[in-house]
Design a protein around this ligand. Structure first.
Ligand code: SF4
Length: 372
């Protein structure tokens, strides 16, 4: 998520609030974080973010240089060290609630490596849900692994449903915890029909999947998927493509169709080169152009059998034309970039582009499309 930094002032614990860039009436300030260059602000905002200094009685962050990156209606957390995290970006389709930084796997290409310890985020997240704009269309639940907080996860989901009955919820989980049938049942009982849980399956061969996730949990994940399916939960399968599994993409597609024809959607994903992925890049990296043959086969195997298949995080110019239409704009706005060559491209507006971390690490075959 987008982060800004400054000097903390009178902050003892992490707070959350809605960004506002003009002064509000006194009675309507308690949920708001004012972004201002005006020094003499009286009255109780949740916090103030400024490029200048703060007055002794104020609470917030001073010396923030890039306040223009914050917009009215964004929701931010501010921690006691002065880090400002934009957890909700107004107008974005990719907003999420960060459930926990902990995880029960340790994937070799994890873009957000897990932490061992952290402060409990439950109260903060309940507050976040309260601050979400009315009729928010969709929200993700992410981590870390959201199920490591156990039944608290159901509390989060119920709170979302209570405040936003029509919302679409998208949960990213490794699925392991759902091998526990009771947990799968309790989960299925608390979601709405617009909730999808996205579970990664990196290979049809157990030891290759296990090598990627860093734990021997292939069969736990499969069991979790079956348990969820037995309660009619909508399940998405995610396959991040890397050197370890690209040769088996067609086999993975066959495996999913043969064993999990009930899944709601399948996505083949280009890797995000950050976190563990960048540390292990030599072991993982294959130019996405070089697995086109396998990707095309896998996508078409599923598509011809009426399964809903997509390609995430891929640039259109490197995909074979036959499967370009499966590419989805899947990269969160704050980290979505285009490289210089893209300026000449006629299909830039339809292209998913790159992760910011891919600027120096992308396919050698990027080439502007001129004839569309
Ligand atoms: S040149 Fe850039 S904008 Fe055009 S298809 Fe390739 S990556 Fe996308």
């Amino acid at each position: 998520m987008k982060q800004l930094f400054g000097e903390p002032y009178n902050l003892e614990e992490t707070i959350i609030g809605i960004i506002v860039k003009e002064n509000r009436a006194f009675l309507r300030r308690k949920d708001y974080v004012l972004v201002t260059d005006q020094i003499d602000i009286k009255g109780k905002y949740k916090a103030i973010i400024t490029g200048h200094k703060l007055l002794s009685e104020q609470q917030g962050v001073s010396g923030v240089s890039n306040t223009d990156e914050l917009n009215n209606g964004d929701i931010v957390t501010i921690d006691s060290s002065g880090v400002i995290n934009v957890v909700y970006e107004k107008g974005s389709k990719h907003n999420a609630i960060f459930i926990t930084g902990r995880c029960n796997s340790n994937c070799i290409m994890c873009s957000q490596p897990p932490v061992k310890k952290e402060a409990d985020r439950f109260k903060l997240n309940i507050e976040y849900i309260r601050l979400l704009p009315k009729q928010t269309e969709s929200i993700g639940l992410t981590g870390g692994e959201p199920t490591v907080i156990g039944e608290q996860l159901f509390g989060i989901i119920k709170e979302i449903k209570k405040r936003q009955p029509e919302i679409h919820i998208n949960i990213l989980s490794n699925g392991i915890k759902f091998k526990d049938k009771k947990y799968a049942y309790d989960y299925a009982s608390c979601i709405n029909e617009r909730t999808v849980i996205e579970i990664p399956l990196y290979c049809d061969i157990d030891h290759i999947h296990n090598n990627i996730v860093g734990t021997k949990t292939f069969y736990d994940t499969i069991k979790g998927i079956y348990n969820l399916a037995s309660y009619n939960v909508k399940i998405g399968i995610r396959v991040v493509v890397m050197k370890h599994n690209y040769k088996r993409l067609a086999n993975i597609a066959e495996f999913i169709y043969s064993n999990m024809p009930f899944v709601y959607q399948i996505a083949f994903m280009q890797m995000e080169p950050t976190g563990h992925a960048i540390n292990n890049i030599n072991e993982l990296w294959i130019d996405p152009y070089d697995y086109n043959e396998q990707l095309e086969k896998a996508v078409l195997i599923l598509h011809y059998r009426d399964m809903h298949v997509s390609i995430y995080n891929s640039q259109l110019c490197i995909l074979p034309e036959k499967i370009r239409r499966f590419a989805v704009k899947s990269i969160s706005e704050w980290k979505n970039i285009y490289v210089q060559k893209c300026e000449l491209c006629n299909i830039k507006s339809e292209c998913p582009g790159f992760f910011a971390s891919s600027e120096k690490f992308h396919s050698r075959k990027i080439q502007p499309v001129m004839n569309n």
